[in-house]
Design a binder for this molecule. Structure first.
Ligand SMILES: *Cc1c(COP(=O)(O)O)cnc(C)c1O
Length: 448
Protein backbone atom coordinates (compact mmCIF):
# COMPACT_ATOMS: atom_id res chain seq x y z
CA UNK A 1 0.00 0.00 0.00
CA UNK A 2 1.47 3.39 -0.91
CA UNK A 3 1.19 6.04 1.75
CA UNK A 4 2.66 9.18 0.35
CA UNK A 5 2.83 12.83 1.05
CA UNK A 6 -0.38 14.75 0.88
CA UNK A 7 -0.73 13.08 4.11
CA UNK A 8 -3.13 15.33 5.96
CA UNK A 9 -0.40 17.50 7.51
CA UNK A 10 -2.06 20.81 6.66
CA UNK A 11 -5.49 19.68 7.83
CA UNK A 12 -4.35 18.88 11.37
CA UNK A 13 -1.70 21.61 11.61
CA UNK A 14 -3.93 24.28 13.21
CA UNK A 15 -4.91 21.80 15.93
CA UNK A 16 -1.31 20.68 16.56
CA UNK A 17 -0.09 24.30 16.65
CA UNK A 18 -2.74 25.26 19.22
CA UNK A 19 -2.01 22.13 21.28
CA UNK A 20 1.65 23.15 21.44
CA UNK A 21 0.71 26.74 22.30
CA UNK A 22 -1.60 25.50 25.07
CA UNK A 23 1.07 23.21 26.51
CA UNK A 24 -0.76 19.95 25.71
CA UNK A 25 2.24 18.82 23.66
CA UNK A 26 5.90 19.54 24.28
CA UNK A 27 9.05 18.32 25.95
CA UNK A 28 7.26 17.16 29.11
CA UNK A 29 4.10 16.01 27.36
CA UNK A 30 5.55 14.15 24.40
CA UNK A 31 2.43 12.24 23.30
CA UNK A 32 -1.28 13.05 23.13
CA UNK A 33 -4.44 11.93 21.35
CA UNK A 34 -6.98 14.29 19.82
CA UNK A 35 -10.66 13.84 18.96
CA UNK A 36 -12.47 16.03 16.41
CA UNK A 37 -15.76 16.66 18.20
CA UNK A 38 -17.60 18.18 15.23
CA UNK A 39 -16.22 15.40 13.02
CA UNK A 40 -17.73 12.79 15.34
CA UNK A 41 -21.10 14.54 15.21
CA UNK A 42 -20.90 14.76 11.39
CA UNK A 43 -20.05 11.05 11.09
CA UNK A 44 -23.00 10.10 13.30
CA UNK A 45 -25.27 12.37 11.22
CA UNK A 46 -23.99 10.68 8.04
CA UNK A 47 -24.84 7.26 9.47
CA UNK A 48 -28.36 8.31 10.42
CA UNK A 49 -28.88 9.95 7.03
CA UNK A 50 -27.78 6.84 5.12
CA UNK A 51 -30.46 4.80 6.92
CA UNK A 52 -32.97 7.66 6.74
CA UNK A 53 -35.59 5.67 4.82
CA UNK A 54 -35.63 2.77 7.32
CA UNK A 55 -38.45 3.29 9.85
CA UNK A 56 -36.75 1.91 12.98
CA UNK A 57 -33.00 1.66 13.41
CA UNK A 58 -30.93 1.72 16.58
CA UNK A 59 -27.38 2.70 15.69
CA UNK A 60 -25.04 1.60 18.47
CA UNK A 61 -21.37 2.51 18.82
CA UNK A 62 -19.00 -0.40 19.49
CA UNK A 63 -17.52 0.83 22.77
CA UNK A 64 -14.21 -0.99 22.30
CA UNK A 65 -13.37 1.33 19.40
CA UNK A 66 -13.11 4.34 21.72
CA UNK A 67 -13.78 3.40 25.32
CA UNK A 68 -13.60 6.88 26.82
CA UNK A 69 -16.56 8.13 28.86
CA UNK A 70 -16.70 11.70 27.43
CA UNK A 71 -16.54 10.34 23.87
CA UNK A 72 -19.31 7.85 24.65
CA UNK A 73 -21.38 10.65 26.18
CA UNK A 74 -20.85 12.75 23.04
CA UNK A 75 -22.08 9.81 20.96
CA UNK A 76 -25.11 9.33 23.23
CA UNK A 77 -25.89 13.02 22.86
CA UNK A 78 -25.60 12.68 19.08
CA UNK A 79 -28.25 9.95 19.12
CA UNK A 80 -26.26 6.72 19.27
CA UNK A 81 -26.82 3.62 21.38
CA UNK A 82 -23.87 1.56 22.60
CA UNK A 83 -22.58 -1.97 21.92
CA UNK A 84 -20.57 -3.42 24.82
CA UNK A 85 -18.71 -6.67 25.28
CA UNK A 86 -17.51 -6.78 28.89
CA UNK A 87 -18.53 -5.65 32.37
CA UNK A 88 -16.08 -2.76 32.02
CA UNK A 89 -17.60 -1.57 28.76
CA UNK A 90 -21.10 -1.92 30.22
CA UNK A 91 -20.04 0.23 33.18
CA UNK A 92 -18.58 2.87 30.83
CA UNK A 93 -21.76 2.91 28.75
CA UNK A 94 -23.97 3.36 31.82
CA UNK A 95 -21.64 6.03 33.23
CA UNK A 96 -21.74 7.80 29.85
CA UNK A 97 -25.53 7.99 30.20
CA UNK A 98 -26.84 5.50 27.66
CA UNK A 99 -30.32 4.23 28.52
CA UNK A 100 -30.11 0.47 29.20
CA UNK A 101 -32.61 -0.13 26.39
CA UNK A 102 -30.12 1.47 23.99
CA UNK A 103 -27.23 -0.79 25.07
CA UNK A 104 -26.46 -4.15 23.45
CA UNK A 105 -24.24 -6.72 25.22
CA UNK A 106 -22.33 -8.98 22.82
CA UNK A 107 -19.44 -10.63 24.64
CA UNK A 108 -18.61 -14.20 23.56
CA UNK A 109 -17.88 -15.35 27.14
CA UNK A 110 -20.54 -13.85 29.41
CA UNK A 111 -20.58 -15.21 32.94
CA UNK A 112 -23.87 -16.05 34.65
CA UNK A 113 -23.50 -12.89 36.72
CA UNK A 114 -23.04 -10.74 33.59
CA UNK A 115 -26.14 -12.27 32.02
CA UNK A 116 -28.15 -11.75 35.22
CA UNK A 117 -27.08 -8.11 35.45
CA UNK A 118 -27.86 -7.33 31.79
CA UNK A 119 -31.32 -8.90 32.09
CA UNK A 120 -32.03 -7.04 35.33
CA UNK A 121 -31.03 -3.73 33.75
CA UNK A 122 -33.03 -4.26 30.56
CA UNK A 123 -29.90 -4.21 28.40
CA UNK A 124 -30.30 -6.12 25.13
CA UNK A 125 -28.20 -9.23 24.95
CA UNK A 126 -27.04 -11.35 22.04
CA UNK A 127 -26.23 -14.90 23.10
CA UNK A 128 -23.12 -16.16 21.38
CA UNK A 129 -24.13 -19.80 21.27
CA UNK A 130 -26.82 -22.30 22.20
CA UNK A 131 -25.24 -23.15 25.57
CA UNK A 132 -25.47 -19.50 26.52
CA UNK A 133 -29.16 -19.53 25.57
CA UNK A 134 -29.66 -22.33 28.08
CA UNK A 135 -28.13 -20.13 30.76
CA UNK A 136 -30.52 -17.36 29.74
CA UNK A 137 -33.42 -19.84 30.11
CA UNK A 138 -32.45 -20.33 33.73
CA UNK A 139 -31.64 -16.69 34.56
CA UNK A 140 -34.30 -14.72 32.74
CA UNK A 141 -36.76 -13.17 35.21
CA UNK A 142 -40.49 -13.45 34.50
CA UNK A 143 -40.69 -9.72 33.86
CA UNK A 144 -37.79 -8.93 31.56
CA UNK A 145 -37.38 -5.82 29.45
CA UNK A 146 -34.26 -7.04 27.64
CA UNK A 147 -34.39 -7.92 23.97
CA UNK A 148 -32.60 -11.25 23.63
CA UNK A 149 -31.01 -12.35 20.38
CA UNK A 150 -28.74 -15.07 19.07
CA UNK A 151 -25.50 -14.43 17.22
CA UNK A 152 -24.91 -16.55 14.15
CA UNK A 153 -21.85 -16.89 11.97
CA UNK A 154 -22.99 -16.98 8.34
CA UNK A 155 -19.54 -18.40 7.42
CA UNK A 156 -19.32 -16.28 4.28
CA UNK A 157 -15.52 -16.20 4.46
CA UNK A 158 -12.58 -13.98 5.18
CA UNK A 159 -11.55 -10.46 4.21
CA UNK A 160 -7.98 -9.27 3.70
CA UNK A 161 -7.05 -9.48 7.41
CA UNK A 162 -7.70 -12.91 8.91
CA UNK A 163 -7.66 -11.65 12.48
CA UNK A 164 -10.44 -9.15 11.67
CA UNK A 165 -12.70 -11.63 9.86
CA UNK A 166 -15.41 -12.99 12.11
CA UNK A 167 -17.47 -14.95 9.57
CA UNK A 168 -14.90 -17.56 8.61
CA UNK A 169 -15.46 -21.30 8.75
CA UNK A 170 -13.69 -21.65 12.11
CA UNK A 171 -14.52 -18.28 13.69
CA UNK A 172 -15.01 -18.37 17.44
CA UNK A 173 -18.08 -16.12 17.20
CA UNK A 174 -21.73 -17.11 17.03
CA UNK A 175 -23.40 -20.33 15.91
CA UNK A 176 -21.62 -21.60 12.79
CA UNK A 177 -24.63 -21.67 10.54
CA UNK A 178 -23.30 -23.83 7.71
CA UNK A 179 -22.11 -26.63 9.98
CA UNK A 180 -24.14 -29.84 9.57
CA UNK A 181 -27.40 -29.62 11.48
CA UNK A 182 -26.70 -26.14 12.84
CA UNK A 183 -29.47 -24.37 10.95
CA UNK A 184 -32.10 -26.79 12.20
CA UNK A 185 -30.82 -26.43 15.76
CA UNK A 186 -31.08 -22.64 15.51
CA UNK A 187 -34.63 -22.81 14.12
CA UNK A 188 -35.56 -25.18 16.95
CA UNK A 189 -33.94 -22.91 19.57
CA UNK A 190 -36.19 -20.07 18.43
CA UNK A 191 -39.28 -22.28 18.23
CA UNK A 192 -38.79 -23.25 21.89
CA UNK A 193 -38.29 -19.66 23.10
CA UNK A 194 -40.98 -17.15 22.12
CA UNK A 195 -38.99 -14.41 23.87
CA UNK A 196 -36.02 -14.90 21.54
CA UNK A 197 -36.76 -12.16 19.03
CA UNK A 198 -33.50 -11.03 17.46
CA UNK A 199 -30.84 -12.44 15.15
CA UNK A 200 -27.32 -11.01 15.22
CA UNK A 201 -24.27 -11.26 12.97
CA UNK A 202 -21.07 -9.23 12.77
CA UNK A 203 -19.37 -10.41 9.62
CA UNK A 204 -16.09 -8.67 10.11
CA UNK A 205 -14.23 -5.57 10.09
CA UNK A 206 -11.24 -3.82 8.57
CA UNK A 207 -10.30 -5.59 5.33
CA UNK A 208 -13.75 -7.08 4.66
CA UNK A 209 -15.17 -5.92 1.30
CA UNK A 210 -18.73 -4.57 1.30
CA UNK A 211 -20.20 -7.40 -0.81
CA UNK A 212 -18.90 -9.94 1.73
CA UNK A 213 -20.47 -8.03 4.63
CA UNK A 214 -23.72 -7.65 2.65
CA UNK A 215 -23.77 -11.37 1.85
CA UNK A 216 -23.55 -12.17 5.55
CA UNK A 217 -26.32 -9.72 6.41
CA UNK A 218 -28.53 -11.10 3.63
CA UNK A 219 -27.98 -14.60 5.06
CA UNK A 220 -29.19 -13.26 8.41
CA UNK A 221 -32.37 -11.97 6.79
CA UNK A 222 -33.02 -15.28 5.02
CA UNK A 223 -32.63 -17.13 8.29
CA UNK A 224 -35.05 -14.76 10.05
CA UNK A 225 -37.62 -15.36 7.31
CA UNK A 226 -37.15 -19.11 7.62
CA UNK A 227 -37.55 -19.05 11.41
CA UNK A 228 -40.64 -16.84 11.26
CA UNK A 229 -42.17 -19.13 8.63
CA UNK A 230 -41.39 -22.15 10.81
CA UNK A 231 -43.00 -20.70 13.93
CA UNK A 232 -45.88 -19.28 11.88
CA UNK A 233 -45.61 -15.70 13.12
CA UNK A 234 -43.34 -12.71 13.37
CA UNK A 235 -41.32 -13.85 16.35
CA UNK A 236 -38.09 -12.31 15.09
CA UNK A 237 -38.76 -8.60 15.05
CA UNK A 238 -35.27 -7.17 14.77
CA UNK A 239 -31.96 -7.88 13.06
CA UNK A 240 -28.64 -6.74 14.51
CA UNK A 241 -26.35 -6.31 11.52
CA UNK A 242 -23.11 -5.73 13.45
CA UNK A 243 -20.52 -3.19 12.35
CA UNK A 244 -17.32 -3.50 10.43
CA UNK A 245 -17.42 -0.87 7.71
CA UNK A 246 -13.76 -0.70 6.61
CA UNK A 247 -11.84 2.57 6.86
CA UNK A 248 -9.56 4.13 4.24
CA UNK A 249 -6.20 4.72 5.95
CA UNK A 250 -4.41 6.08 2.84
CA UNK A 251 -5.80 9.62 2.56
CA UNK A 252 -8.49 11.93 3.94
CA UNK A 253 -11.30 10.51 1.79
CA UNK A 254 -14.09 8.65 3.59
CA UNK A 255 -14.59 5.53 1.53
CA UNK A 256 -16.66 3.41 1.57
CA UNK A 257 -19.42 5.64 2.95
CA UNK A 258 -22.46 4.59 4.96
CA UNK A 259 -24.48 5.28 1.80
CA UNK A 260 -22.26 2.74 -0.02
CA UNK A 261 -22.96 0.28 2.78
CA UNK A 262 -26.72 0.77 2.53
CA UNK A 263 -26.52 0.39 -1.26
CA UNK A 264 -24.58 -2.88 -0.87
CA UNK A 265 -27.16 -4.22 1.61
CA UNK A 266 -30.01 -3.25 -0.69
CA UNK A 267 -28.31 -4.96 -3.64
CA UNK A 268 -27.78 -8.15 -1.62
CA UNK A 269 -31.30 -8.26 -0.15
CA UNK A 270 -33.82 -5.60 -1.22
CA UNK A 271 -36.28 -6.55 1.57
CA UNK A 272 -33.73 -5.94 4.31
CA UNK A 273 -34.52 -2.25 4.71
CA UNK A 274 -38.26 -2.37 4.05
CA UNK A 275 -39.11 -1.83 7.71
CA UNK A 276 -40.50 -5.28 8.49
CA UNK A 277 -37.53 -5.82 10.78
CA UNK A 278 -36.24 -3.22 13.18
CA UNK A 279 -32.51 -2.88 12.62
CA UNK A 280 -29.55 -2.46 14.93
CA UNK A 281 -26.06 -1.49 13.73
CA UNK A 282 -22.79 -1.63 15.69
CA UNK A 283 -20.19 0.56 13.98
CA UNK A 284 -16.95 1.46 15.70
CA UNK A 285 -13.93 2.16 13.53
CA UNK A 286 -15.85 3.88 10.73
CA UNK A 287 -17.32 6.43 13.18
CA UNK A 288 -14.13 7.36 15.02
CA UNK A 289 -10.95 6.47 13.08
CA UNK A 290 -10.86 9.56 10.89
CA UNK A 291 -12.02 11.78 13.74
CA UNK A 292 -8.88 11.38 15.79
CA UNK A 293 -5.11 11.51 15.59
CA UNK A 294 -2.03 11.06 17.74
CA UNK A 295 0.80 13.58 17.95
CA UNK A 296 4.20 12.65 19.34
CA UNK A 297 7.50 14.41 19.89
CA UNK A 298 10.69 13.29 18.19
CA UNK A 299 13.16 12.70 21.02
CA UNK A 300 16.25 11.74 18.98
CA UNK A 301 17.25 10.94 15.41
CA UNK A 302 19.97 8.45 14.54
CA UNK A 303 21.32 6.38 11.67
CA UNK A 304 21.63 2.59 11.62
CA UNK A 305 22.88 0.55 8.66
CA UNK A 306 22.42 3.54 6.40
CA UNK A 307 18.87 4.16 7.50
CA UNK A 308 17.55 7.22 9.30
CA UNK A 309 15.48 6.48 12.37
CA UNK A 310 13.39 9.00 14.32
CA UNK A 311 12.80 7.88 17.91
CA UNK A 312 9.42 9.27 18.92
CA UNK A 313 7.01 8.72 21.80
CA UNK A 314 4.32 7.01 19.71
CA UNK A 315 4.92 3.29 19.35
CA UNK A 316 3.30 0.01 20.20
CA UNK A 317 1.73 1.34 23.40
CA UNK A 318 -0.77 3.26 21.24
CA UNK A 319 -0.30 1.71 17.77
CA UNK A 320 -0.19 -1.93 18.85
CA UNK A 321 -1.73 -3.40 15.72
CA UNK A 322 0.48 -1.33 13.46
CA UNK A 323 3.76 -2.42 15.05
CA UNK A 324 2.80 -6.10 15.15
CA UNK A 325 1.18 -6.22 11.69
CA UNK A 326 2.65 -3.29 9.74
CA UNK A 327 1.42 -4.66 6.41
CA UNK A 328 -2.20 -4.95 7.55
CA UNK A 329 -2.36 -1.72 9.57
CA UNK A 330 -0.28 0.98 7.84
CA UNK A 331 -0.77 4.51 9.15
CA UNK A 332 -0.23 7.85 7.47
CA UNK A 333 2.41 9.83 9.29
CA UNK A 334 3.05 13.54 8.80
CA UNK A 335 6.04 15.64 9.92
CA UNK A 336 5.61 18.88 11.82
CA UNK A 337 8.04 21.34 13.32
CA UNK A 338 8.22 21.96 17.08
CA UNK A 339 5.44 24.58 16.77
CA UNK A 340 3.14 22.16 14.91
CA UNK A 341 3.52 23.64 11.42
CA UNK A 342 3.96 21.11 8.59
CA UNK A 343 7.59 20.60 7.57
CA UNK A 344 8.17 21.37 3.92
CA UNK A 345 11.77 20.23 3.50
CA UNK A 346 12.79 17.55 0.93
CA UNK A 347 11.73 13.99 1.58
CA UNK A 348 14.01 11.41 3.09
CA UNK A 349 13.07 7.78 3.76
CA UNK A 350 12.92 7.39 7.53
CA UNK A 351 11.81 4.84 10.07
CA UNK A 352 9.43 6.36 12.60
CA UNK A 353 9.99 4.35 15.77
CA UNK A 354 8.40 4.36 19.19
CA UNK A 355 9.80 4.36 22.74
CA UNK A 356 9.32 0.66 23.59
CA UNK A 357 12.16 -1.74 24.38
CA UNK A 358 11.07 -4.04 21.60
CA UNK A 359 12.67 -4.10 18.15
CA UNK A 360 9.37 -4.25 16.28
CA UNK A 361 8.33 -0.92 17.76
CA UNK A 362 8.30 0.98 14.44
CA UNK A 363 5.12 2.67 13.21
CA UNK A 364 6.41 3.46 9.70
CA UNK A 365 9.28 1.82 7.81
CA UNK A 366 11.43 3.79 5.33
CA UNK A 367 8.66 6.32 4.94
CA UNK A 368 9.53 9.32 2.73
CA UNK A 369 9.03 12.32 5.04
CA UNK A 370 10.64 15.72 5.50
CA UNK A 371 13.82 15.12 7.49
CA UNK A 372 12.88 14.91 11.16
CA UNK A 373 14.95 16.46 13.96
CA UNK A 374 14.85 16.47 17.75
CA UNK A 375 11.87 18.47 18.99
CA UNK A 376 9.79 17.97 15.84
CA UNK A 377 6.36 16.38 16.06
CA UNK A 378 4.91 13.49 14.10
CA UNK A 379 1.18 12.95 13.60
CA UNK A 380 -0.29 9.46 13.22
CA UNK A 381 -3.47 9.99 11.26
CA UNK A 382 -6.83 8.20 11.42
CA UNK A 383 -6.11 6.88 14.89
CA UNK A 384 -9.38 7.93 16.54
CA UNK A 385 -10.54 4.31 16.89
CA UNK A 386 -8.63 1.50 18.62
CA UNK A 387 -5.33 3.43 18.96
CA UNK A 388 -4.99 5.96 21.81
CA UNK A 389 -8.24 4.71 23.30
CA UNK A 390 -6.93 1.13 23.64
CA UNK A 391 -3.35 1.53 24.87
CA UNK A 392 -1.09 -1.36 25.75
CA UNK A 393 0.70 -1.24 29.11
CA UNK A 394 4.04 -2.64 27.86
CA UNK A 395 7.11 -1.05 29.49
CA UNK A 396 4.75 0.60 31.99
CA UNK A 397 4.30 3.51 29.63
CA UNK A 398 1.54 5.87 30.73
CA UNK A 399 -1.75 6.12 28.92
CA UNK A 400 -1.47 9.40 27.03
CA UNK A 401 -3.73 12.38 27.58
CA UNK A 402 -6.64 12.65 25.16
CA UNK A 403 -8.23 15.97 24.21
CA UNK A 404 -11.37 16.78 22.27
CA UNK A 405 -11.16 19.81 20.02
CA UNK A 406 -13.50 22.20 18.29
CA UNK A 407 -12.46 24.41 15.38
CA UNK A 408 -14.54 27.59 15.07
CA UNK A 409 -13.66 30.66 13.03
CA UNK A 410 -10.00 29.68 12.87
CA UNK A 411 -9.93 29.20 16.61
CA UNK A 412 -9.15 25.79 18.10
CA UNK A 413 -10.27 25.02 21.65
CA UNK A 414 -9.70 21.87 23.69
CA UNK A 415 -11.47 19.87 26.38
CA UNK A 416 -9.74 17.14 28.38
CA UNK A 417 -11.17 13.68 27.65
CA UNK A 418 -8.62 11.75 29.71
CA UNK A 419 -5.69 13.09 31.69
CA UNK A 420 -2.33 11.54 30.95
CA UNK A 421 -1.62 8.78 33.46
CA UNK A 422 0.97 9.63 36.13
CA UNK A 423 3.83 7.34 37.18
CA UNK A 424 2.22 7.19 40.62
CA UNK A 425 -0.97 5.80 39.03
CA UNK A 426 1.08 3.25 37.11
CA UNK A 427 2.65 2.07 40.35
CA UNK A 428 -0.74 1.91 42.05
CA UNK A 429 -2.26 -0.28 39.36
CA UNK A 430 0.88 -2.43 39.51
CA UNK A 431 0.31 -3.54 43.10
CA UNK A 432 1.78 -0.65 45.11
CA UNK A 433 -0.77 -1.20 47.88
CA UNK A 434 0.59 -4.75 48.34
CA UNK A 435 4.26 -3.86 47.94
CA UNK A 436 5.28 -6.18 50.83
CA UNK A 437 3.01 -9.04 49.80
CA UNK A 438 5.78 -11.41 48.77
CA UNK A 439 7.99 -10.70 51.77
CA UNK A 440 5.57 -11.14 54.64
CA UNK A 441 2.92 -13.67 55.67
CA UNK A 442 0.92 -15.48 53.04
CA UNK A 443 -2.55 -15.10 54.53
CA UNK A 444 -5.68 -15.70 52.50
CA UNK A 445 -5.91 -12.97 49.84
CA UNK A 446 -8.67 -10.44 50.35
CA UNK A 447 -10.89 -10.24 47.28
CA UNK A 448 -12.91 -7.16 46.41
C1 LIG B 1 -15.79 -4.93 17.20
C2 LIG B 1 -17.22 -5.19 16.95
C3 LIG B 1 -17.98 -4.25 16.27
C4 LIG B 1 -17.40 -3.00 15.66
O1 LIG B 1 -16.53 -3.27 14.60
P1 LIG B 1 -15.91 -2.06 13.76
O2 LIG B 1 -15.04 -2.74 12.77
O3 LIG B 1 -15.14 -1.20 14.70
O4 LIG B 1 -17.06 -1.32 13.14
C5 LIG B 1 -19.33 -4.49 16.15
N1 LIG B 1 -19.90 -5.61 16.64
C6 LIG B 1 -19.19 -6.54 17.29
C7 LIG B 1 -19.88 -7.74 17.83
C8 LIG B 1 -17.83 -6.37 17.46
O5 LIG B 1 -17.11 -7.32 18.08
Amino acid sequence: MSLHLENGASRVAPVVRQAVADGLLGEDRPLAGFVDVQGVRDSVAGLHEAFGQVPEVLHTFAAKACALVPVLRLLADAGMGCEVASPGELRLALDAGFEPARIVLDSPAKTRQEIREALALGVALNADNLAELERVDALRPAECASVVGLRVNPQVGSGAIGAMSTATEHSKFGVALRDPGARARVVEAFARRPWLTRLHAHVGSQGCPLPLIAEGVAALHHLAEEINAHVGGRQITSLDLGGGLPVNFTDDTVTPTYADYVAALTAAEPALLDGRYRLVTEFGRSLLAKNGFLAARVEYVKDAGGRRIALTHAGGQVATRTVFMPGAWPLRVSAHGPDGSPKRTPLLPQDVAGPLCFAGDVVAHERPLPELAEGDLVVLHDTGAYYFSAPWAYNSLPRPGVYGYLQRDDRVTFATVRRAQTVREISMESGLAQADALLSGFTAPSLP
